[in-house]
Design a binder for this molecule. Structure first.
Ligand code: PLP
Length: 327
């Protein structure tokens, strides 16, 4: 058993305190009425860099030795992990390179660059970018910071669970996004240590629910990635997964899957009824409640995990257009 425990998450909370800001939790009038129990939204999409990924990245950067810090960090994510890593590194005076392929859209490149990372464009696939990362690690001694399957990342994301438990100690259900599982592993470990008996439900999209498929199979397997409105939830868990598969198996009570239409409905709900601009992935916990796929029996925590959505796409969705990204 090498699951990340709450003391490691508490240590992370102290370590990252000056890099992140604690986010608000608000009760949703609409969702509380709909569900018949108080539903509280943890507004983590308002975190610096637009998602919780900053927490894990900051904890990983601040856990490096002096020598490792001096040589810098490297990542391959073009999304929220890349942004969080770039910000955490700059904030702490550490060099950061994010490697990506030529196929990555310009707005994503700018998003990473804007947070202060060096962007290195290599080849025409994620695999080519990975070759450059391996070279930076072996030849220049840089440290690769993975997006989810690492104890420092899991502990950093878990600090969200500590904040949620402090804000609503009487919660009976928590609903949390699930992709690679770094987020829910840390949050569930923190919540279950602080609120014995709490039920933790993971939410993934129907299109490419990697951890769900792996848990069904009883081991990490290859799951095909598909386009989805919940683009930050895409990708596999890694066939050599060392932490999050076991932690999800041990700590997640239930997993529900939401459709593209349900995700769009939740993005609209967030905008028109909660005054929040939320990306597809960030909205899936609300989507599960709105669709009646999670039926809570007491005070409920629903996480809003990120806001980084293409604003033209967001505009089309909230205007009522029936957007289909799966074609
Ligand atoms: C990365 C991400 C998730 C999923 O986190 P995992 O640790 O991969 O499960 C959820 N929401 C947003 C906005 C993300 O960026």
């Amino acid at each position: 058993m090498n699951n990340v425990t709450v003391d490691r998450i508490e240590a992370a909370q102290a370590r990252i305190a000056s890099t992140i800001h604690p986010t608000q939790m608000v009760q949703s009038t609409r969702l509380s009425e709909l569900c018949g129990v108080p539903v509280h939204l943890k507004l983590e999409h308002q975190q610096r860099t637009g998602s919780f990924k900053l927490r894990g990245a900051a904890n990983a950067v601040l856990s490096l030795t002096e020598a490792e810090r001096a040589r810098g960090v490297v990542g391959v994510s073009t999304g929220n992990h890349g942004r969080g890593l770039a910000y955490a590194a700059r904030q702490n005076g550490v060099r950061c390179i994010v490697a990506m392929s030529e196929l990555v859209p310009q707005n994503k490149i700018e998003g990473i660059r804007a947070q202060g990372a060096e962007v290195r464009i290599i080849g025409r696939s994620q695999d080519d970018a990975q070759v450059e990362v391996d070279r930076l690690v072996s030849e220049e001694g840089m440290t690769m910071i993975p997006p989810f399957d690492h104890p420092d990342i899991i502990a950093g994301q878990g600090t969200l669970g500590l904040e949620m438990a402090d804000a609503l100690p009487g919660a009976t259900t928590a609903i949390v996004q699930l992709s690679g599982g770094g987020l829910i592993s840390g949050v569930a470990a923190a919540l279950k240590a602080r609120i014995p008996g709490i039920r933790v439900v993971g939410v993934s999209m129907e299109r490419g629910a990697a951890m769900y498929e792996c848990l069904q199979a009883g081991k990490p397997i290859h799951v095909e990635e598909m386009t989805t409105l919940a683009d930050s939830l895409g990708g596999g868990i890694g066939l050599d997964n060392a932490y999050t598969f076991n932690m999800c198996r041990d700590l997640v009570d239930d997993i529900v899957l939401v459709s593209e239409a349900e995700i769009a409905t939740a993005i609209r709900h967030a905008y028109w009824h909660e005054n929040q601009i939320v990306e597809g992935s960030g909205s899936v916990a609300m989507a599960a409640l709105l669709a009646g796929k999670v039926k809570p029996d007491g005070p409920t925590l629903a996480l809003v995990s990120g806001c980084n959505i293409d604003m033209a796409l967001h505009h089309r969705i909230i205007s009522g257009e029936d957007v289909d990204v799966t074609q």
